[in-house]
Design a protein around this ligand. Sequence first.
Ligand code: PHE
Length: 339
Amino acid sequence: MIAKIQELLAEVEQLQASNVDEVEALRIKYLSKKGAINDLMADFRNVPAEMKKEVGMKLNELKNKAQEKIAALKEAVETQDTGADDMDLTRTAYPISLGTRHPLTIVKNEIVDIFSRLGFTLAEGPEIEDDWHVYSSMNFADDHPARDMQDTFFVEARPDIVLRSHTSSVQARVMEKQQPPIRVICPGRVYRNEAISARAHCFFHQVEGLYIDKNVSFTDLKQVLLLFAQEMFGKETKIRLRPSYFPFTEPSAEMDISCNICGGKGCSFCKHTGWVEILGCGMVDPAVLEANGIDSSVYTGYAFGMGIERITNLKYQVKDLRMFSENDTRFLEEFTSAN
Ligand code: PHE
């Protein structure tokens, strides 16, 4: 027994621990109820009477040594140097690089902001749409070429479900829920089945505007679009409207602005005409009002739709449409100050 105690004493002297868990493991091994020292205590009653005094003293010595040693180890690991003293708290913080808004978001916000000041409220709709909201309710004939697979992405196995090819579907969504006066601005992503190149992409972004009330006229439309063009591109900007055709507006027009890159003198961007087309517009076709539950004998309205990429190109002269979706941070960081 004495030999065993001596052996444990030597062992205890040598104990090492580098963290709190290791100290606790040692405490359990030596000092707990089922620990080595308690085992010896239990054996103590078998020690012959004449040895009891000597063995008892040794055993106490072992217990005290173990307690002292383990307490010392615990203290040591708890006050271990955490390196905190080496920190220079006066040093300036590392700069956190902030993200930048995407140029399309910057321009979208600007467009929405201009129309908000004119009393338009924001409306949004789903990108995966049904044929009714994208085409039928917008007065597209059943055999209209835009419904063709060349232009439209269909959701597999559902010929009636498409990725919307224009934001005019949001007009239908608003009209089915709300009676005039309606004055909404609807930004969103649209999809068309086009080969991707510098000048075309299979998705892009539009902003749609819709105003329906009593006595809304083409003059109102023209005035609002002039104000928009001048707010967006500067007071000197001129507009011109050319007759056009859309199934959902009658009459319809396309609007050009005087090229803000060359100031109307002619450059490669405006193909030396001095004008660039920026949007389609017109008076909402009465058939569209009726299809969407609005009485066309009481109400009239106008609608317009523009591509955000095109407006952004005019503002920032981005040459290649693919830049907008590649997430190249060198490109995106150029818009830091435009936020
Ligand atoms: N939806 C048309 C397009 O995608 C744009 C437009 C909207 C034209 C509203 C007239 C009125 O080209």
